[in-house]
Ligand binder design. Structure first.
Ligand code: NDP
Ligand code: PYR
Ligand code: MG
Length: 521
């Protein structure tokens, strides 16, 4: 052992390279480091001990200038740091000062990601202590722009990439991840990133951001969190042409090829981490999201954040808003713009809760809720052509082509935007809501800010200060007629970290609707 270690230090005779090597090509230096060819690889050896120079480069343990005198002695750090010892509190102050100086949100994002790569404890300290200020940086809206530009800002992998190239080897890929005790996985296939569409492999920013919140808001150890992007290609032409694109350069696999990769992934996760690992599906397109949830909901500990997390947080928001707008849940009429994952997920949980409260069957309570999609109001005459998750919402009603007309005929008390399309709550729509509601509840859930159905300013101005408003991405307080209105944020971030924590610490192995209702309360 002794001699092997010495040989490794002295120049890697361990690998038994000599001048008679059969390796063709490659340029050789005295350490044999450049012997690798494409056919014959040189195994990269590192001796990893968390002390000295390596310790300063290990984000899990590095404290930078906050290492105390005693720690500097104990961990062989003398001389590797300037003499000043700076407390974590002061480090935090310095970093917040420098982050505040950036005017471009993406620069703040990059600064935060660099900090995470350098000093993980400090990263989480900043995030926890300044959550209101930094949530829009590491999460929506800035994470949306980060995903769009991920190819350019990508430095080091922050999670696992499992692509079609890894088919048949996913279990091995999972074993490449340095941590063993994984409790929460957030996985995306990048097809519906916020309201920005298909960003392929660059969707990785989303699982990374979501898991940062699992730690900052849920208290799950960072090492127990694993962000994963399953790359089955992208249909985003711009990315396919982008020379900096980091993903598979092919159109999306579908059908059996897609299902088989996902199936291998789900089996490998269970085999590697056991039955109690939580898998959160995030930002899949709806044609896969509902199917994956139905398929794996009975065999794995999974939930879909966009369908179920959003439902839980929005129901909680509506129930809280009843204190302002009055009435019981059952006394309200709901209209949605957008009948996808978020829209139908929220609608179903509201119907379920009304059913619980009133003892009416859920088939009846669903009738209090109407949804508009890109083709107009969902009505029974459209039933045959509807995707399965829309069918329960195809009520008996005359066809209505657009949102404004739907608002006028249905006269909802609560209007919820989950369309992914910005500025769809027009002046006419908000004015109509305000014409028959003393306090219309307006939720513009779509992310990021550019896709919000309306801004806070628009909701308050067009309703003459009467709207109760919340949005998926945050808006600043707005002053109208001398009164300051503070908009709420309706985002699943308010629930998934706590929900996930509950699942993990309770030892649950399946997620049930009752848990979502309990979380909502
Ligand atoms: N605040 C939060 O916590 C959350 C917010 N979201 C946001 O919600 C948005 C939608 O997400 P998700 O439900 O998963 O997406 P989906 O793609 O599943 O659903 C989008 C829905 O909007 C409809 N739609 C699209 N364009 C229009 C339009 N111009 N007029 C009317 N309807 C339209 C679609 O219609 P059709 O079916 O006819 O195509 C579809 O029904 C995204 O922006 C996402 O960021 C999502 C989850 C959580
Ligand atoms: C918040 C979120 O999950 C989304 O917009 O997709
Ligand atoms: Mg999402």
């Amino acid at each position: 052992m002794e001699s092997t270690m010495k040989e490794m230090r002295d120049g890697a005779s361990v690998l038994d390279f000599d001048s008679k090597s059969t390796v063709e090509g490659g340029v050789e230096d005295v350490y044999g480091e450049d012997r690798a060819t494409e056919d014959q690889l040189v195994t990269p050896w590192t001796i990893s001990v968390a002390s000295g120079y390596c310790l300063l480069r290990d984000p899990r343990h590095n404290k930078g200038l906050a290492f105390t005198e005693k720690e500097r002695d104990a961990h062989y750090l003398r001389g590797l740091l300037p003499p000043a010892v700076i407390s974590q509190q002061l480090q935090e102050k310095k970093l917040m000062n420098s982050i505040r100086q950036y005017e471009v949100p993406l620069q703040k994002y990059v600064a935060m990601m660099e900090l995470e790569e350098r000093n993980e404890r400090l990263f989480y300290k900043l995030l926890i202590d300044n959550v209101e200020e930094l949530l829009p940086v590491v999460y929506t809206p800035t994470v949306g722009e980060a995903c769009q530009k991920y190819g350019s800002i990508f430095r080091r992998p922050q999670g696992l990439y499992i692509s079609l190239k890894e088919k048949g080897k996913i279990l091995e890929v999972l074993k490449n991840w340095p941590e063993r005790s994984i409790q929460v996985i957030v996985v995306t296939d990048g097809e519906r990133i916020l309201g920005l569409g298909d960003l392929g492999c660059q969707g990785m920013g989303i699982p990374v951001g979501k898991l940062a919140l699992y730690t900052a808001l849920g208290g799950i150890r960072p090492s127990a969190c694993l962000p994963i992007t399953v790359d089955v290609g992208t249909n985003n032409e711009q990315l396919l042409k982008d020379e900096f694109y980091i993903g598979l350069r092919q159109r999306r696999a579908t059908g059996q090829e897609y299902a088989e990769l996902l199936d291998e992934f789900m089996s490998a996760v269970k085999q590697n981490y056991g039955e109690k690992v939580l898998i959160q599906f995030e930002d899949f397109a709806n044609h896969n999201a509902f199917e994956l949830l139905a398929k794996y909901g009975t065999t794995h500990l999974v939930f879909n954040d966009d369908i179920q997390g959003t439902a839980s947080v929005v129901l909680a928001g509506v129930v809280a808003a009843l204190k302002l707008i009055g009435g019981t849940l059952a006394e309200h009429r709901f209209l949605f713009l957008g009948a996808g994952e978020a829209g139908t997920g929220i609608a179903e949980l509201i119907a379920l809760e009304i059913s619980k409260q009133t003892k009416a069957p859920v088939e009846e309570t669903r009738k209090k809720i109407c949804l508009v999609d890109s083709k107009g109001l969902i009505v029974s005459s459209r039933k045959d052509s509807l995707q399965h998750f829309k069918k329960p919402w195809a009520h008996e009603h005359e066809p209505v082509n657009n949102l404004l007309d739907a608002v006028k005929v249905i006269k909802p008390t609560i209007l919820i935007g989950s369309s992914g399309v910005g500025r769809t709550f027009t002046k006419e729509v908000i004015e109509a809501m305000a014409s028959f509601n003393e306090k219309p509840l307006i939720l513009a859930l779509s992310n990021p800010t550019s896709q919000s159905e309306c801004t806070a300013e628009e909701a308050y101005t067009w309703s003459k200060g009467r709207a109760i408003f919340a949005s998926g991405s945050p808006f600043d307080p707005f002053e109208y007629n001398g009164k300051v209105f503070v908009p709420g944020q309706a985002n699943n971030a308010y629930i998934f970290p706590g929900f996930g924590l509950g699942l993990v610490i309770s030892g649950a192995i399946r997620v049930h609707d009752d848990m979502l209702l309990a979380a909502c309360k």
